[in-house]
Design a protein around this ligand. Sequence first.
Ligand SMILES: Nc1ncnc2c1ncn2[C@@H]1O[C@H](COP(=O)(O)OP(=O)(O)OP(=O)(O)O)[C@@H](O)[C@H]1O
Length: 258
Amino acid sequence: MILAAEKLGFAYAGRPKPIFEDISLDMAGGEVVCVLGPNGVGKSTLLRCLAGLSAPTAGRVLLDGKPIATLPRAAIARQLALVPQSYETVFAFSVRTVVEMGRAPHLGLFDMPGSEVAEMTLEALTTLGIADLADAAYSEISGGERQLVQIARVLVQSPRLMILDEPTAHLDFANQARFLALVRRLAKGGLAVIFTTHAPDHAYALADRTLVLSTQHKPALGATREILTEATLSRTYGVPIRLIRSGQHIVCVADVEA
Ligand SMILES: Nc1ncnc2c1ncn2[C@@H]1O[C@H](COP(=O)(O)OP(=O)(O)OP(=O)(O)O)[C@@H](O)[C@H]1O
C-alpha cells in the first residue's frame, strides 16, 4: 500500500464543527480515486492532509507504512506529488525551470539539474503539448497553460502517487480529454492517482473508486459505477441529476429550471 489514511478528521480553528470526519482510504499502485463534492465541502483540505501539508485533527496518514507527519519533506516528495488548484510564483522563472524544479527532491542539496533532467523536462512538456512554451515566463502564460506546466512538473518529479486538485479546471475540452487519457496511461504503468473535480463525468471516465463528500451525509467511498448513482449525485449537489449512457461513456446532466 502506498498511502493509507486512517479515520481522518479536520477542523479549522475557530470553526464550530469539523469539515470532515472519519475518512479512511488506502491507495495501491495503479489505482485512481476521485474525490467529489460541492464547493467548500473540504476536498482541497483533505488533499492537503493526504499530502502531509496540513495536519489532520483526527486520525493519521501513512506513507509506505510510516506516519507522514514524521517524514522529511524531500522524502515525501520522492513518493508523492501534489498539484494544487493554483500555483503562483513571484520569481520570473521560465516554464522550463518550473518543470525542472519538480526533480529537486531527487537531487542532492548542491546538485544542479543536469542533461538527464533537461531531457525529462522536454519529454514532459512534449507529452503535455507545450514544448513551444519552454522558454516563456511562467508568469506570462494562461491559466490552462499553467495547469499543463504543473502536470509536466509532477511527471518530472516521477512520484508513486499523484494528488491533483481540480487538474482539469482550466483546461479546454480537448486538453481535458488528453489529460484523462494521460492519467489512464500513467495508472496502467503503476502510478496511483487521487484527483478532485467538479465534473462527475471525469469520475466515470477515470476513477476506479470515488469518495463523495457531502455537507449532509457521511463520506461515502466505493466503486465509481456503484456509488455514483443518480440518487447519490442529486443528493450530494442538491439538484436533480440524470445519467446518460452512450457506449462506454456516462454523462451527467443537471436538470435545473431557469
Ligand atoms: N485557512 C482556512 N481557515 C478557515 N477555514 C478555511 C480555510 N481554508 C478553507 N476553509 C474553509 O473550509 C471549508 C473547506 O474548504 P476547501 O477549500 O477544502 O473546500 P473544497 O471542497 O476544496 O472547495 P471548492 O470546491 O470550492 O474548491 C470551506 O468552508 C472553506 O471556507
